[in-house]
Design a protein around this ligand. Sequence first.
Ligand code: NDP
Ligand code: MG
Length: 384
Amino acid sequence: MSQPKKLVLLGATGSIGDSTLKVIRKHPDKIQLVGISAHQQAEKLLGIAEEFKVPHACLTSEKSPKPSFPGYTKLQTGENSLEELASLQDADIIVVAVVGAVGLMPTLAALKAGKDVVLANKESLVMGGEIVTKTAEKYGAKIIPADSEHNAVFQCIQGQPEKSVESIILTASGGPFRDLPLNQLDKVTIEQALRHPNWSMGKKITVDSATMANKGLELIEARWLFHVDPKQLEVVIHPTSIVHAIVRFIDGCCLAEMTPPSMTFAMQNAILFPERHEGVEPSLDFSQPLDLSFSQPSLERYPCLRLAQKSMETGNSAPLVFNAANEIAVDAFLRNRIGFLDIPRIIENTLNESEFISTESIEALLSSDAESRRIAATQIDLLA
Ligand code: NDP
Ligand code: MG
């Protein structure tokens, strides 16, 4: 029997962290957890360290009170420790499941150390797609997509001839406000935005799903992962979230990947790739009626999708500005400082006020990210 793969899980206390731990519990002979991180949920991190006897742990928030960890766990603190954990000599796979721009540097560190990266954190590719993909190439490291749509595409293109993809179609549930009259969108509450019809996820991505900024980020993510032109990418609304993506080939044939809406399927596929083993949860039941309907998203209802598409077409650092402004705006919405429809307003105003730079240097990326956040924060002060 082969040795278990040694896995580091950045963002172990989040929603993707939970799904990953379910996969590890199911396959303890195939995966060994050697590193975990959390930002502030120290007690939850401790529980994971104890359950899996994890040798390395990291708590990125310096402010969080630290419980005492068992002797076999070496605990580090501070944001830089994420990069150290991402390049841990002993690890084979790094799962990047932290939320937001903070995912970029550990993703790069893991790739530079030649590790396979299972990437859930889409923000890192949106910010630094060019650098991230070039770094993976240079160091011979693999990026295996964990986002359900991208994992679906990844599965559909295995073994297909190069240049045979005509287009990639990402599905979107449309979120909780898919059928809400447009004139009621400005009144929606945080609680309503967090009530996703199909998926259970972290707060930031749940709001991103309600605005469909998430699907915009995913278009940009797909562009880098699959080396396609923005014109080859489409989005369709598919309310039941059973089909995750469809790949249309040049001969007209379309392949789709389907599972119930739970991240354990994509996480297991990405972590155990290229092997397949019994899943954590039951598969689809085709003896019951399945709704497989598709429709076009309205850009009037989802202005964040329009802004993401525009920033992808503009290129250079425009997607980075989109991402930074979105992170700041979603955070302000979750703190009740701005309304739901202010999210696209802040993104649009920030894009209008920004200069787009080339994305080849990491220093330039980080400084443009900081500047975009500053502009977005000013926009919030004007509105709040
Ligand atoms: P959660 O908010 O549930 O979890 C985020 C994780 O990141 C937690 O472990 C959290 O620690 C940690 N974290 C938060 N802030 C920081 C920080 N500043 N520095 C370091 N670590 C931090 O998010 P999700 O699991 O939902 O999403 C994680 C990523 O995966 C996102 O990029 C998201 O877009 C992507 N994704 C998520 C999907 C899902 O189904 N949830 C599906 C596809 C992609 P703590 O708990 O201590 O705060
Ligand atoms: Mg997704």
